[in-house]
Ligand binder design. Structure first.
Ligand code: UDP
Ligand code: MG
Length: 320
């Protein structure tokens, strides 16, 4: 492992309706990187914002050539925006960070230091979980615990705030999946990794850009792209029901042969309901995997770029 003497650090931030925060984010992140004496480029990916995020990114980029903007043609979701940023990053190390300043930019120099010391992937893990309502916290913990149990990827306390070395970033970009799950795939690729602990701040304006729906989508995408366990579960429960049916069938037959009456209307309804629920759930699980296959087979691009601002990738001016 050898690191360039004067590395270029790319900082990628997805932006969705962060008009009020863009200037502050660029100022604070730039100040931290400058104070650390790092050569950097800041790539802001506008994920189809409906507010003035893009004009503000353009203004920032006009004022400082280290700031580059990519405007996606619509809201493709954070995962696609991160991917767009990674694909446009030309640095020796690439840091992915939220643009809402919940991820403290002050941690970047420490992450770059870990990279200089040999780590290929540096993950910032949460020391706390501020800024989330209790229900969201519970749901996230449940999902992370389930995901970690079902896959080889540890998501407990994980964040999207990560540094990838050039080889790690290239490896990640070689994955062909349509519905990417950055937190999972950046762990899946392996490479020498280390963690730094960070405190997650409160969000300035309080409102997460994720909707309940988009979070559910992310959870389903994450699970279906990393494990087939739900499909196996359908099979296992199916076998369980089969065994139960045999026992129940034999018991009923024996009772009938002994001349007993076969009653139990409520039981029949209950069994029907349970079975019906399971069949529908099972179909749903299979449907989710089928939808994923359909999406992958269609092979549409993961995002479309509508505009760019700032110098093209790889033509980073040296500013000291
Ligand atoms: N984001 C995005 N596209 C989306 C939703 C969010 O680019 O569809 C960005 C958002 O601007 C922010 C980051 O992703 O920079 C994290 O979003 P948010 O803070 O809403 O998520 P949370 O902190 O609640 O996980
Ligand atoms: Mg946030």
């Amino acid at each position: 492992m050898s690191r360039p003497a004067d590395p270029l650090v790319s900082v990628v931030a997805p932006v969705f309706d962060e008009g009020d925060g863009v200037d502050g984010f660029v100022r604070r992140t730039g100040a931290v990187l400058q104070a650390a004496g790092l050569r950097y480029e800041l790539i802001l990916v506008d994920d189809g914002s409906t507010d003035d995020s893009w004009p503000r990114i353009c203004a920032q980029s006009g004022a400082d050539p280290r700031v580059r903007g990519i405007q996606l043609s619509r809201n493709f979701g954070k995962e696609a925006a991160v991917l767009a940023g990674l694909e446009h990053a030309g640095g020796d190390a690439v840091v992915v960070i939220d643009a809402d300043l919940q991820h403290p930019p002050t941690a970047i120099p420490a992450m770059v230091q870990c990279w200089s010391d040999g780590a290929e992937v540096v993950e910032a893990v949460k020391r706390n979980r501020t800024g989330q309502p209790p229900v969201a916290r519970l749901a996230a913990s449940l999902f992370n615990a389930t995901f970690t149990r079902l896959t080889t990827v540890d998501l407990v306390n994980a964040t999207d705030f990560r540094l990838l070395s050039r080889p790690a970033c290239d490896a990640l970009l070689r994955l062909p999946e349509h519905s990417s799950f950055f937190r999972g795939t950046s762990s899946w690729i392996g490479f020498r990794r280390t963690v730094v602990e960070v405190d997650i701040d409160h969000r300035g304006d309080g409102a997460s850009r994720w909707t309940f729906r988009s979070l559910c989508r992310l959870a389903v995408n994450g699970l279906t792209s990393f494990t087939s366990a739900p499909l196996h579960l359908v099979t296992v429960v199916g076998f369980g029901f089969a065994a139960f049916s045999v026992v129940l069938g034999v018991q009923t037959l024996v009772r009938w042969l002994r001349g007993g009456s076969v009653a139990g209307f409520p039981t029949v309804i209950l069994v029907l309901l349970v079975m019906g629920t399971f069949i529908l759930l099972g179909l749903g699980v299979i449907g989710e995997y089928l939808a994923r296959i359909h999406e992958e087979v269609r092979g549409r691009p993961r995002y479309l770029v509508q505009g760019r601002t700032g110098p093209p990738a790889g033509e980073q001016p040296v500013i000291v």
